[in-house]
Design a protein around this ligand. Structure first.
Ligand SMILES: [Fe+2]
Length: 130
């Protein structure tokens, strides 16, 4: 596992948005966004991806984490990362896993988007401009 404490972390709180009742269709799937990215409610905290980035030499280490209960009755089954609006990589989970995914991205990336999927409550996204 990558130790993110080794480098001065450039921690960016994500710019997130969620429109209740106006779910967007992205890449053929419905994707939810938080109503107020600065004040996520408990339900949103369990679904909206948090993106942390750490610039390390020629790469950007991207960590996506979600505070989801991850139990058989309620869990996230995947997190997918998009770099500059292109699908980059996807990590799948089982209910007993932690909802954490790590990716190494080229340092010239301009934007990141993480989409998580809850098997009960659908897909949720976060965008980050680098
Ligand atoms: Fe859920």
């Amino acid at each position: 596992m990558t130790n993110f404490n080794c480098y001065p972390a450039v921690f960016l709180i994500v710019k997130i948005w969620y429109n209740v009742g106006t779910t967007r269709i992205i890449y053929g799937m419905e994707v939810h966004e938080p109503q107020n990215p600065e004040a996520l409610n408990h339900f949103e905290q369990q679904h909206v991806p948090k993106i942390e980035v750490d610039f390390v030499g020629e790469i950007i280490r991207v960590r996506v984490e979600i505070d989801n209960p991850m139990q058989p009755v309620h869990y996230l089954d995947w997190i997918e990362l998009y770099v500059d609006d292109e699908a980059y990589d996807k990590v799948e989970f089982e209910p007993e896993d932690q909802a954490i995914a790590e990716f190494d991205v080229a340092k010239d990336a301009k934007s990141l988007k993480a989409i998580s999927n809850c098997h009960l409550h659908g897909a949720w996204q976060t965008k980050l401009t680098l």
